[in-house]
Write a protein that binds this ligand. Structure first.
Ligand SMILES: [Zn+2]
Length: 160
């Protein structure tokens, strides 16, 4: 079966590509490209857009209300195989359910806290923080990191 998500989502856009299947979640979040002001899901399925927006709210503010309500309509089941128990969507072709299962797996694996939105308010690109101490704040040190440091410097200079 072809991967339905890939009709709408492009995997592997730098910076901050996530490892393994978590990249599917990150790539969906970045279809709302605020840096370029482009919504790549503008013509996408409403269910996928709602899920993306609820997941972004959860990622950036911890607000679970929208995501919980949505998850309740996409049941997951435990499946066994190759010595592992994993969650999978109960419904065949449930793209949102598959992504919810991946979010669950990422939480259990401790990967979820590494998924962050860039602290530059003009960017907000979602990236995977691969730094050892998880201290990254910007999608890319060369671009947003320098822009934000310069902005903070000017602000301090004005206040001094
Ligand atoms: Zn950024």
């Amino acid at each position: 079966m072809p991967d339905q998500l890939l009709r709408w989502v492009e995997l592997g856009s730098e910076p901050g590509v996530a490892p393994g299947p978590l990249e599917r979640v990150r790539a969906l979040l970045n279809t709302d490209d605020r840096f370029h002001g482009t919504d790549h899901l503008a013509d996408g399925p409403a269910a996928l857009v709602s899920f993306r927006d609820a997941l972004r709210r959860y990622l950036t503010s911890g607000d679970v209300a929208g995501l919980d309500a949505l998850a309740a309509t996409h049941p997951l089941v435990v499946t066994f195989g190759a010595g592992a128990a994993t969650l999978a969507p109960a419904g065949a072709n449930d793209v949102v359910g598959g992504l919810l299962a991946e979010v669950h797996r990422a939480h259990a694996a401790g990967e979820w806290p590494r998924l962050k939105a860039c602290a530059n308010p003009d960017c907000q690109w979602v990236y995977y923080d691969g730094s050892r101490n998880r201290s990254g704040r910007w999608c890319s040190m060369n671009e947003c990191g320098d822009v934000m440091k310069a902005r903070a410097y000017r602000q301090r200079a004005r206040q001094a």
